[in-house]
Design a protein around this ligand. Sequence first.
Ligand SMILES: [Zn+2]
Length: 148
Amino acid sequence: MKCPYCRADDTEVYNSRVTKFGTQIWRRRRCQSCHEAFTTYEAPDLGFLKVVKKSGRKQRYSRAKLYSGIYGAFLSIAAKETTVDAVTDTVEAKLLDSKQRELTSAQVAHITLVTLKHFNTAAFMRFLAYHADLSSDAQMRAELKKYS
Ligand SMILES: [Zn+2]
């Protein structure tokens, strides 16, 4: 891999580890030419996955979109950015485990909610309020029942 600083080809891995949830590999590299160090991540490519919207339109899966949805659920909750990363990684691991090439946006939201509930109840409630129809008490009870 080329050094991002001086473009030399001669870089060496001097440290690597699997991230907490096992879905990414982190590598620390050093350039043999300018001796600068940099980090690379290796993550599964979910580029094959299509998300089917309510309208029936298909969209390529986007980690950025998932991340910003989860990030929004954690807004004003005292949580670390690493928690948002961890939730996103966990949801992606579950998307891979599903072995599907297509999922509906409702299925992705469901997987995200199951994961969020495990991490943080307040963020779970916020995400649910945003993604489900909770316009009546009965609907709210029905939604909550799915995750009890
Ligand atoms: Zn260099």
